[in-house]
Write a protein that binds this ligand. Structure first.
Ligand SMILES: C[S@@+](CC[C@H](N)C(=O)[O-])C[C@H]1O[C@@H](n2cnc3c(N)ncnc32)[C@H](O)[C@@H]1O
Length: 319
């Protein structure tokens, strides 16, 4: 409790109310209070808009317009997410934030917020867990060859760094990165070359839902793809993925957890203002998506904040 300060001392019960209404009871993190303090000095109207909209109080179209003008002219995150909420530019900025020019209080906020830091923690835990799954499949395969499909890879930093750390001296473990964003793939190619694993990765521009490979994957990664999608859409996607996964293959898919919304609602408020929508799911919901799509859930793991759940499953029924 030491580093969190009460936002508004309301004693209203939080039961059966919309999330916005509950916010009166929420405490603001140190990072949020710092952002509001900076904005109060720099631009009082922007601070006022943020506080009022967070508390679901009425805001005028003029103040909303001023906020958006400020938002897109003062923050790389905001420009990227308003242009394309699914862009890997956001995840890349969060992974590699120290390279950001932090003259923007909003960008600094996104980087330092718990939700922002959890993205980097997700990358860390995926990089720890993926080699374990790769080794499991290397043991299973007579020829020790493993093919990874990184779907909606962005540049594919996770797989690039795992291959560079563990498999640069063998050609047994290879990957195909598929994304519709050509710029992200171009960055991925350069990252892979710099890390000396370019020869192990193929980069394909396209929609992974329409991908028809000559060889099926041993392992498929779907990281940061399901988060904005509803339950039934996730089921449809996982069913399609099953068709490009070997019968005994392994799917690792992530989703943002409800804990993120509960513990860092102000960051989500800023994200929503930037049209960055999430469908938070708990572990049971993610497991249910796997089951409904015809997978057996083997296990799951989370990042250190518990803000991202990574479910690991294998096809149960093949069609
Ligand atoms: C939030 S980023 C995540 C990138 C990466 N997986 C990571 O964890 O860092 C989502 C990426 O998925 C890509 N994407 C989403 N749906 C796609 C689809 N159907 N086919 C190809 N790429 C897709 C977007 O272009 C974007 O690069």
């Amino acid at each position: 409790m030491a580093n969190r300060v009460s936002f508004c001392q309301s004693s209203l019960s939080s039961k059966n109310k919309k999330p916005e209404k509950n916010r009166e009871n929420k405490e603001l993190s140190e990072e949020t209070l710092r952002l509001l303090k900076i904005l109060e000095k720099e631009n009082w109207e922007i601070k006022n808009f943020l506080v009022r909209s967070y508390k679901a109080l009425p805001v005028s179209p003029e103040s909303k317009k001023k906020f958006y003008d400020y938002f897109i002219s003062h923050s790389a995150f905001s420009v990227a997410t308003t242009a394309n909420p699914a862009t890997s530019i956001i995840t890349e900025l969060l992974y590699d934030g120290e390279k950001l020019n932090l003259s923007s209080p909003i960008d600094e906020y996104f980087l330092l917020s718990k939700a922002g830091r959890s993205i980097k923690e997700r990358l860390k835990v995926v990089k720890e867990e993926l080699p374990k799954v790769i080794e499991e499949y290397r043991q299973k395969r007579k020829d020790r060859k493993v093919l990874i499909g990184n779907l909606g890879s962005g540049p594919g930093r996770d797989v690039i760094e795992v291959l560079a750390a563990h498999y640069s001296n063998t050609s047994d473990v290879r990957a195909i990165h598929i994304d519709k964003d050509e710029f992200a793939l171009e960055r991925g190619k350069l990252m892979a070359q710099v890390k000396k694993v370019g020869h192990l990765i193929e980069f394909i521009k396209g929609n992974f839902l329409k991908y028809n490979p000559s060889k099926k994957f041993d392992i498929v990664l779907l990281i940061g793809i399901l988060c904005s999608l509803d339950f039934e859409t996730c089921v449809v996607i996982l069913k399609k993925v099953k068709k490009i996964l070997k019968k005994d293959g392994c799917l690792i898919a992530s989703n943002v957890s409800k804990k993120m919304f509960e513990e860092d609602p102000f960051t989500y408020h800023l994200m929503r203002l930037g049209k960055w929508k999430m469908v938070f799911k708990d572990e049971q919901e993610l497991k249910e998506i796997f089951r409904k799509a015809g997978y057996e859930v083997k296990r799951y793991f989370t990042d250190s904040y518990g803000f991202h759940i990574m479910c690991v499953g294998t096809p149960r029924s093949y069609f």
